[in-house]
Design a protein around this ligand. Structure first.
Ligand SMILES: NC(=O)c1ccc[n+]([C@@H]2O[C@H](COP(=O)([O-])OP(=O)(O)OC[C@H]3O[C@@H](n4cnc5c(N)ncnc54)[C@H](O)[C@@H]3O)[C@@H](O)[C@H]2O)c1
Length: 373
């Protein structure tokens, strides 16, 4: 007869009590994760260990009336991974995303996150995943900025004022102490102004909402892009400043020549290549990834031989000192951050450890004794 098995359940309020919104601590955790990624101490899904996650692809129309169909930012995805080092644990983020959620008063995407023991597979914890995900997503451009922003960066531009970019802005402001101002452009002007007000209060820094994207881009030493919806924001070359760090957490409409002209640093390029591999198997080919993947246009250029993939650097190699970081103050760098499943594992595990220590959450039984043993 087996022993009883229990796991820790953390609802969103518990996740907050356990420190999930602590961006400073999250950035330290994400830095540790990138060191491990650069050393190869991780496993992502698939035979090549490079799969961002398994996605349910939706078609424009279906034979069955209830089957979900394609829509802006509509997908279901499971992100599985192992992360080594002190983490040494398995995890799975499972989420659904649909822009129509916002009309129902729900976040665009809804996540749950599970941690499992690497030996037995037993669940250690299941938690509300939205804040694990949004905090770890913001922390990544924060860490990129710490290593790759030009000296004395003064202005941070934010394109998109949703939950994700708010987290990115907070992290970047925390990471780069020379910043004096944030300039926010959101396609929804009223929302942009409201978010600018709340960020000003929260971050204690000047935050101006502007109604012209070029005004936002041209002022910025660091630019953080994370929008959702039908229209990708257009970044014009004329507005790009020398030395600018452009951080793509979401997709942007960037002139193709900029990708061959400027340096590209990816969170993990092999993961982006897997998106291309998957996209090419769809009837629409590479078009099927271009609307949502921040690397969609670069992947198309790599596929067409217009960008040499060997010229694309991995951030893990930079922070491990195997590849040079910023080369000079005029270098324009485009950071592409597809979102590593290991970032959810890293941050979810730290939050879980804190919750265990502080006795936050509810322990739930999986069984009193396993029926199958
Ligand atoms: N790379 C990662 O790790 C990662 C993780 C999570 C989410 N994301 C991406 O981040 C993006 C934002 O997610 P979110 O949850 O904040 O979405 P959201 O729907 O909450 O907010 C998006 C915001 O962008 C604005 N917007 C839409 N189109 C715009 C445009 N063309 N120009 C300026 N603003 C525009 C909207 O008005 C809205 O305020 C999504 O594309 C999502 O896929 C990336």
């Amino acid at each position: 007869m087996s022993d009883s098995l229990e796991w820790l359940y953390l609802q969103e309020e518990d996740v907050i009590k356990a420190g999930a919104l602590d961006l400073k601590a999250c950035m330290q955790t994400i830095e540790e994760m990138f060191l491990l990624i650069g050393r190869g101490d991780y496993i992502l899904g698939g035979p090549k260990r490079n799969d961002h996650g398994l996605m349910l692809w939706f078609n424009e129309s279906e034979e069955f009336p209830n089957m979900p169909t394609a829509g802006p930012d509509r997908r279901f995805m499971s992100l599985i991974s192992y992360l080594g080092g002190d983490f040494d644990v398995m995890g799975n983020k499972w989420y659904g995303s649909n822009i129509a959620n916002t009309k129902k008063g729900l976040p665009r995407s809804i996540h749950t996150f599970t941690l499992n023991d690497k030996e037995t597979g037993a669940p250690l914890s299941m938690m509300a995943g939205n804040l694990i995900s949004s905090t770890r997503t913001g922390a990544v451009p924060g860490v990129f900025s710490k290593y790759l922003a030009a000296n004395d960066a003064r202005v941070l531009g934010a394109v998109g004022g949703g939950a994700i970019n708010q987290s990115c802005v907070e992290a970047i402001v925390t990471a780069v102490s020379s910043l004096q101002k944030v300039v926010l452009y959101d396609i929804n002007k009223d929302k942009g102004e409201e978010i600018a007000r709340s960020m000003r209060d929260k971050l204690n820094i000047q935050v101006d909402a502007v109604d012209d994207i070029d005004d936002c881009v041209s002022q910025s030493d660091i630019l953080s892009v994370a929008t959702a919806g039908k229209v990708k924001p257009k970044i014009n070359e004329e507005s790009v400043k020398p030395g600018q760090l452009i951080l793509l957490t979401g997709a942007a409409d960037i002139m193709p020549k900029m990708y061959s002209q400027y340096r590209i640093v990816a969170d993990l390029w092999s993961m982006h290549e897997k998106w291309l591999e998957d996209g090419l198997q769809r009837p629409e080919g590479v078009e099927s990834i271009k609307s949502w993947a921040m690397s969609g246009d670069i992947l198309e250029m790599v596929h067409n031989g217009e960008v040499d993939k060997e010229s694309i650097d991995n951030f893990g190699d930079i922070i491990n000192g195997h590849v040079t970081g910023r080369k000079d103050d005029d270098e324009v760098i485009i950071g592409i951050m597809g979102g590593l499943p290991t970032a959810d594992v890293a941050w979810g595990y730290r939050v879980y450890q804190y919750a265990l220590d502080q006795e936050i959450g509810i322990k739930l039984p999986l069984w009193d004794s396993s029926y199958l043993v």
